[in-house]
Ligand binder design. Structure first.
Ligand code: PLP
Length: 427
């Protein structure tokens, strides 16, 4: 008897079953993986999820139950956080070991658009200010508020130039040399600077991220004793490629913990230490399930065309990002046979709609097990900056999202309908 390939799964649920239940393309999240990543960071006083990485309400609810709080970068994200059960104010009694209370939701941005200022004021949300203008605008509406300052330390690092968020080439934060002036401005305006924050890039290596601790400490001394919370920002990398491994999180924590302790000694009071990961908490939990709809040859190159495109997962076309790809036969088992080099593309009328490309748009191939129309391709490590960057380009509906928990699955966002696509439009 011929040996059967194993059934391919996401969080213990069969890929083929998920595809059958919810249709493709489909995002599926493994709840247990998100919990594990939350718990990896338990040493930090506060883990604040940068929800822009994956903001489905079910994900927010899950991380809230893990004791994680959230960052919001827009009025819409404040709305999501409230809908997922986060309180706008510090919860009484949340204070541990003399640490200052945690703000369950923090608005972090370089501007207030009118909606976000209204949302912040009406709910009394704590603000992390990335520009001096935000301080002025906040002071007018919330005199006496405490604020966090986001500082651009003058250097940055990211997995791509587009994810570098420090240095002169970045629009983010208050320039480090302007801090003394901004502190005076805050004082005149009657705002209290209680927090300091830096975020220099996404998916950086920890060596570069570690430089932030020194820069933050210097500026913390300038801010002085009003400071009760420091944030290391996000940017924790995850291994996307087979040869990559997880970073040394405990060494990273120890560096920041030492920084925090020195500040506590200097100020004579406790200082809360936050970390603000997006990617780290959800990237590995998420998979994009697609169906192969055409297989064709262009000269020497073999193309697999699937029903998801950069409208569904934009990272490859934006950054040349790599996602592992699994071939799952229509019967749900791992595809058998020796791998062949293929180009994987989507359905869009756009030649850049290719998942196997490098930064700069160069098309590459991937060795994949043989696939036919009706088989599935699963793009893994797609749980961060995946669904949230999906669009309606080419009038494609946003895909469904599904939460898988120990083999059981439930729909957490319905696939859009044709009616959704034209909602609000008139002729
Ligand atoms: C995007 C962002 C993060 C998260 O970045 P990751 O690389 O996903 O960890 C954290 N903080 C701020 C202010 C951000 O804009």
């Amino acid at each position: 008897m011929q040996q059967q390939e194993p059934v391919e799964t996401i969080g213990g649920a069969s890929v083929a079953e998920l595809a059958q239940c919810y249709g493709t393309p489909l995002y599926a999240y493994d709840a247990e993986m998100i919990r594990r990543r939350c718990r990896d960071l338990a040493a930090w006083d506060t883990v604040r999820f940068a929800q822009k990485a994956c903001s489905n309400l079910a994900v927010l609810d899950l991380i809230r139950r893990e004791g994680v709080v959230v960052d919001a970068v827009s009025a819409g994200e404040i709305h999501r956080a409230l809908a997922a059960g986060f309180s706008p104010h510090p919860v009484a009694g949340a204070d541990d070991n003399g640490l200052p209370p945690v703000h369950p939701i923090v608005y972090t941005a370089d501007i207030f658009d009118r909606e976000s200022l209204e949302a912040v004021v009406s709910h009394g949300i704590h603000v992390n200010c990335g520009s001096a203008d935000m301080l002025t605008q906040l002071a007018e509406r919330m005199p006496g508020a405490s604020v966090t300052l986001r500082v651009n330390p003058g250097f940055g690092h990211g997995h791509s130039q587009k994810t570098n968020t420090g240095g002169e080439g970045s629009k983010h934060g208050i320039w480090h040399e302007d801090i003394p002036e901004v502190l005076k401005q805050a004082e005149w305006a009657g705002l209290m600077v209680s927090g300091l924050h830096m975020h220099i890039g996404s998916g950086s290596d920890l060596e570069h991220l570690a430089e932030v601790a020194g820069a933050l400490e210097r500026i913390a001394v300038e801010v002085g004793r009003s400071l009760t919370t420091i944030s290391a920002g996000g940017g924790l990398p995850v291994p996307y490629r087979p040869h990559e491994s997880h970073a040394d999180l405990s060494g990273y924590f120890q560096l920041w913990d030492a920084t925090r302790r020195r500040l506590e000694d200097r100020f004579g009071h406790r200082v809360r230490l936050e970390i603000e990961p997006g990617r780290y908490l959800t990237a590995e939990s998420g998979s994009l399930v697609t169906e192969v709809r055409a297989v064709k040859r262009m000269g020497s190159k073999r193309y697999l065309l699937v029903d998801a495109g950069f409208n569904t997962l934009a990272r490859p076309v934006l950054y040349g990002s790599y996602h592992p790809i699994r071939v799952v036969a229509a019967n749900g088992r791992a595809a058998a046979g020796s791998p062949e080099d293929v180009v994987v593309g989507g359905p869009l009328c756009e030649s850049g709609d290719i998942f196997t490309q490098e930064e700069g748009g160069f098309v590459t191939t991937r060795p994949l097990a043989p696939a036919d129309v009706g088989d599935f391709l699963v793009l893994d490590i797609a749980g961060a900056y995946g669904f949230v960057m999906a669009s309606n380009y080419n009038s494609k509906p946003l895909p469904a999202e599904v939460m898988v928990d120990a083999g059981t699955h439930r729909l957490v966002r319905a696939r859009q309908t044709p009616a959704d696509l034209i909602r609000g439009e008139t002729t």
